[in-house]
Design a binder for this molecule. Structure first.
Ligand SMILES: [Zn+2]
Length: 258
């Protein structure tokens, strides 16, 4: 079985086996013209959808995927509450707890604690200044309001997937410190690369802790401007490759074999 992980923009990924889409994590369609977004993917075959945390850019694609598949959605308490409140699709939304193995038959998913990025105040000030400069304050406030109405509540998890003999770890947000909960040696680590003025230091601390065979960066795109921005990935790709680990910053829709 060939396991491929495709990046759909922001922290959104799809895991396919032998060309069939089976699992989705943090589905969200970037606001700015992605050449390929998650809506263009085949959804009927999806078996499960996972949310790493409750922020809108990690859960707002779930409604559409639930509507076009028989998939079950797994999310932490606050995220599950937001999904149910916003989308009222309650019968296929399950609340998960860190450490609890989700057995799907063909695959397992293990959620484990992985703290959300801690946005430094300086980054908030920079973002605000940029919005003023670009005359996009109204959009900035609309996104901030959305952000606040989809709380994370300190619950963020990462997922360790076991599928087709491969182990894939997916982090939807970049923790400030190396995460001891992550088990070293995954075949592929999908790592969000956004949230700090310096993303390289926390990312490298985490990669050195996890020592996976490959790393795919995510969340580095300008998915919801003017709050987000495109983060340069060249330094991270070089630093990860220097450890002898395969590293990629994919294009929208592009995938990596685990
Ligand atoms: Zn978040």
């Amino acid at each position: 079985m060939r396991i491929k992980v495709k990046w759909m923009g922001c922290a959104s990924i799809i895991i396919e086996a032998d060309g069939v889409n089976l699992l989705a994590v943090d589905p969200f369609s970037p606001i700015v013209n992605p050449p390929r977004n998650i809506e263009l993917e085949e959804h009927q075959s999806l078996q499960a959808i996972f949310a790493t945390h409750g922020h809108f850019d990690h859960i707002s694609g779930i409604h559409g995927l639930l509507a076009s598949s028989q998939a079950v959605c797994y999310a932490t308490k606050a995220a599950a509450k937001s999904i149910k409140r916003q989308f009222a699709n309650t019968d296929r939304v399950r609340e998960i707890r860190p450490g609890e193995i989700i057995d799907l038959g063909f695959a397992t998913a293990l959620p484990y604690r992985s703290p959300h990025a801690k946005f430094p105040l300086s980054l908030g000030v920079q973002t605000l200044a940029r919005a003023v400069r670009e005359k996009r304050l109204k959009e900035a406030f609309a996104i901030t309001r959305k952000h606040l109405s989809f709380p994370e509540r300190g619950e963020a998890v990462a997922y360790e997937f076991a599928i087709g003999g491969k182990r894939i770890d997916v982090l939807g947000s970049l923790p400030k410190k190396a995460n001891n909960a992550i088990r070293p040696g995954a075949d592929l680590l999908v790592l969000a690369y956004q949230g700090y003025s310096d993303n390289l230091s926390p990312a490298m601390a985490l990669v050195k802790q996890a020592m996976p065979k490959k790393v795919m960066l995510s969340h580095f795109d300008d998915a919801f401007p003017p709050i987000s921005r495109c983060v340069g990935t060249k330094a991270a790709i070089e630093a990860i490759s220097a450890l002898g680990i395969g590293a990629i910053a994919p294009k929208h829709g592009e995938g990596v074999y685990a």
